[in-house]
Structure formats: structure tokens, C-alpha cells
Design a binder for this molecule. Sequence first.
Ligand SMILES: [Zn+2]
Length: 132
Amino acid sequence: MDYDFLCPKCKGHLRVGNKIIFTTKTKKWKGGLILMHPELGNYKFEHHPSFSFEEGQQIDFYCPICMDKLTSKRHDNLAKVIMRDENRVECEILFSRIAGEKSTYKIIGETMEVFGEQSSTYIDYINLSQMF
Ligand SMILES: [Zn+2]
């Protein structure tokens, strides 16, 4: 099944072909575009060789269309996007914005699927009875 990835704010499409495109910034650095894999739990990403991330560094993710910051209200270390399937069913995708941290969460209503070796890190912070 093919999924679309949308900005929670402007609902613009973040997926082009087999990549999800984000604008990223860190505290010390003005930023660049990164291309991530649409498969949940696949942490391969690409970016221009003129920049790199240090392990453990917090990265700010922005929608490249409306430039809204994609940080989740559930936890400051998590970024949020909307994933929509071909039946137009939407779910919330959270992923860690700490470089090298493999934590991804898929939330539909009050159910959650987890992906990544470090997915236990934020599990206690995600309250499924609260919607954001
Ligand atoms: Zn947007």
C-alpha cells in the first residue's frame, strides 16, 4: 500500500516519489533539506554533503511548504507528520528528532504501533487518550 505524508498544518504533500522531504535546522546552523525513507522504521536518509548531523544532536524539522515547525506537542524530542493511506484514512506519525535515535510511533485513534530500536524511549510520554 502506498502512503502519502502530509504536513499537519497546511496538509501539503511531503512525499515525492520514494522520499519524504523536510527542511531541517539546528541551534547552530541555518539548515538544509533532508530526504527520508517513507517506510516506518527505515532510518536511511540523504542530504547534501555540505552538512551533517552529530549523534545526539536535536534537529528541528520544518514543513518545506509552509515552514511550520513539525515538533509534536506530545514530547519536545518528537516530530509529527500525518500519514494517509489510499482510502484517505489518516494517522499520526511521530519520530525522534534526535540524530541517531531510532524511535517511530504510528498512532490511529487509541492504538499505537512502534518502530525502531529505541522506541521504548518515549512510549510513556505518549498518552493515547489525548489528541493533538
Ligand atoms: Zn506545511
